[in-house]
Design a protein around this ligand. Structure first.
Ligand SMILES: Nc1nc(=O)c2c([nH]1)NC[C@@H]1CN(c3ccc(C(=O)N[C@@H](CCC(=O)O)C(=O)O)cc3)CN21
Ligand SMILES: CC(C)C(=O)C(=O)O
Ligand SMILES: [Mg+2]
Length: 295
């Protein structure tokens, strides 16, 4: 991480207190990495927390310094970072490389690596082999996989083996070819299935569960029912945590956004303007100037 080492790894004492977006989770003092246990006890204290995706070391270092306590190396890297249409083609090799970069770019956040499609569906042994790569080669502190009841055996073996698991139920994008991108849990039967999925992943030992694109009232009920934290995306305001895809919330993704996205900046415009200004300068001969030149 030589390129990034110019930025202080351990922020100077005092500077952090006012800028930290998650003081409570960090206890306002510790410089060690957040652990799964910190996340669990946050629910007992009634603290909400933010999670963002990250796919590279530099972006992750920005969020780490901003005090984001948990980062997900999401397989949304497929469409947000690698140029695929969906998350389906993403490979375990790609997730390992991106996860390693995010771990190198951070010193405080808990890093969760997403297991990509095809790396755990064969069964618990395949799941353990894949998760072990993310833990050993990339250094993630936890992994995430999609599916409730259908993935409970995978979750059990990973947890037994010492790998913390974040589950993911509701809309599970790796199943886009069979379920589409539709709201899940609407209607009594679908709501009961979501509740069964939530209990199944908790019983299997997951330390947290993502609820994606489910009605707010149902997400609130799941959050009250479970003792593990719920992480919402398009799941209303009552979940214990919220996650957004970083390129969506910073306005870089472009195109039509899902309804649940809040855009906190327009990096697409900022970066486009900068690129156009550079191009104009070069074409017009106003860059470089004398001050940018060596003799
Ligand atoms: N850029 C990006 N942002 C995401 O949040 C995201 C990804 N990519 N890729 C992986 C999954 C896929 N996700 C998606 C994809 C599409 C919709 C979508 O079209 N939602 C509609 C609602 C459809 C309905 O009403 O049933 C919307 O308008 O919100 C939602 C989540 C969430 N994840
Ligand atoms: C949307 C989140 C939960 C995710 O799985 C991803 O970014 O891949
Ligand atoms: Mg994902």
């Amino acid at each position: 991480m030589t390129q990034l080492s110019a930025a202080p790894k351990q922020p100077v004492e005092g500077a952090r207190a006012t800028t930290d977006s998650s003081k409570a989770l960090y206890g306002g003092k510790s410089t060690r990495r957040i652990t799964v246990r910190d996340i669990t006890t946050a629910k007992e204290r009634g603290e909400k927390w933010p999670m963002l995706t990250a796919y590279d070391a530099m972006t992750a270092s920005v969020f780490d310094e901003a005090g984001i306590p948990v980062m997900l190396v999401g397989d949304s890297a497929g469409n947000c970072h690698l140029g695929y249409e969906t998350t389906v083609p993403v490979t375990l090799d790609e997730m390992t490389m991106l996860s390693a970069a995010v771990v190198r770019g951070t010193s405080r956040a808990l890093i969760v690596g997403d297991l990509p499609f095809g790396s755990y569906q064969e069964g618990p042994v395949q799941a353990l082999r894949s998760a072990t790569r993310l833990v050993k080669e990339a250094g993630v502190g936890a992994v995430k996989l999609e599916g409730g009841e259908r993935s409970h055996r995978q979750i059990e073996l990973l947890v037994e083996s010492g790998i913390p698991v974040m589950a993911h139920i509701g809309l599970t994008p790796q199943s886009v070819n069979s379920m589409g991108y539709r709201v899940q849990g609407r209607g009594e039967e679908a709501a009961q299935q979501l509740l069964r999925d939530a209990k199944a992943v908790q019983d299997a030992g997951a330390f947290a569960v993502v609820l994606e694109l489910v009605p707010a009232e149902l997400a609130a009920e799941v959050t009250r029912t479970l003792h593990i934290p719920t992480v919402g995306i398009g799941a209303g305001p009552e979940t214990d945590a919220q996650v957004l895809v970083w390129t969506d919330m910073l306005g870089l993704t472009g195109g039509r956004m899902p309804k649940f996205v809040k855009k906190y900046a327009d990096l697409r415009e900022v970066m486009g303007n900068a690129a156009r200004a550079f191009a104009d300068d070069v074409v017009g001969g106003t860059f470089p100037l004398e001050e940018h030149s060596v003799h």
